[in-house]
Design a protein around this ligand. Sequence first.
Ligand SMILES: [Zn+2]
Length: 449
Amino acid sequence: MTEARIWLKNPLAMLCEGAGGGIVVQGRRIAELVATGDSPREPVDTVFDCSAHVVLPGLVNTHHHFYQTLTRAHPAAINKELFDWLTALYPIWARAVTPESFRLATRLALCELLMSGCTTTSDHHYLYPGGLDDAMDIQAEEAAALGMRITLNRGSMDLSRKDGGLPPDSVVQDTDAILADCEAVIARHHDGSQGSMRQVALAPCSPFSVTTRLMKESAALARKCGCRLHTHLGETHDEDAYCVEKFSCRPVEYLEECGWLGDTTWLAHGIHFDYGEIERLGRHGVGVCHCPTSNMVLASGQCRTLELEAAGSPVGLGVDGSASNDNSNLMEGVRHALMLGRLRYGAARVTHLDALRWASEGSARLLGRADLGRIAVGMQADLALYSLEELRFSGAGDPLAALVLCGAHRADRVMIAGQWRVEDGIPVGLDIARLRAEHGAASRLLAGA
Ligand SMILES: [Zn+2]
């Protein structure tokens, strides 16, 4: 049986050269670019009129902590910087993130992302209080139910306060147990094939919550299993001071000692690297996930995106956890990346096209997905369509620039692997009001625990 062909016809604008007449999607992939005024070469089954839509490749989110949607704008943590913010929130998370609330937090974060035009996400889940042993399975189920692609980051912490780390004892795990579970999670969930809907990365949390042994053995296991590696690095000056005190070196040197420098590693934040560190990361092709919104909220600093790219590091975007953003809107992250980039580099060197490229092609590279992040023949048919009907767009000239400058925040339609997953701004088959009520109740329960 031949696969159905749909022509997304005559877009108002599209982030792709030579496709003024739209694109043809066949099955799960993009089959044809149609030039302005042309028709598809082969017959199509359906035509979707895109003349009111700006079309982007589906956005890719490369850093998040879904469970934190339960503690947004938390009174104990607002107006603090990273270490004090974490110290305030760890005990709250430790007491009360249950499998039920975790499932709702995951569903809610996935929906927010999807509605903003994100088609692939990762989630860095490192918090394992009692009862959350199935966290990766829960996330796999929730992403599958929405039809989203996910890279499950099997996060980990094995260095608690009693051993000189930052987190409380109740949320860390034994090193051997972590490594055994990482291997089991990879066996259950990692699909490295083209067009994969689910992959696994190993993600020890950060230098101040993980032992050197876990860092080294995670790297060895990831290499053995063909998985990627992820961690937080270079987020704050406190972290630099911690590394110098504990390991007698700066963070990137420590990463190298742990066997992490390579093009299958991507780092969250990457703010406080010096020139030598940027050169070393670039030489090894280590990717960096820029989290502009979270970095502004926690006053952490600005990622040196252009220097990192020039050195050879791919740069992508992440919304980061919802206790430091405090939402999961990746289009808002694109806008913040543009604005923050301009503060550092000036108006001409960071354009809306750069910010959109980071959120799509750049992010896909961080996740090792050559099949995602661009609109081109043979790529997976992951697309985000935005309408410019809202008041905020009225009077706009360049439609692609308008998405970023006027503040697009919600996709009208989203396609993943050739299937519509958002229609009229709503995830297909989802009761938004019910999700809002259930998640809100779980959050209030957690706050009172
Ligand atoms: Zn983070």
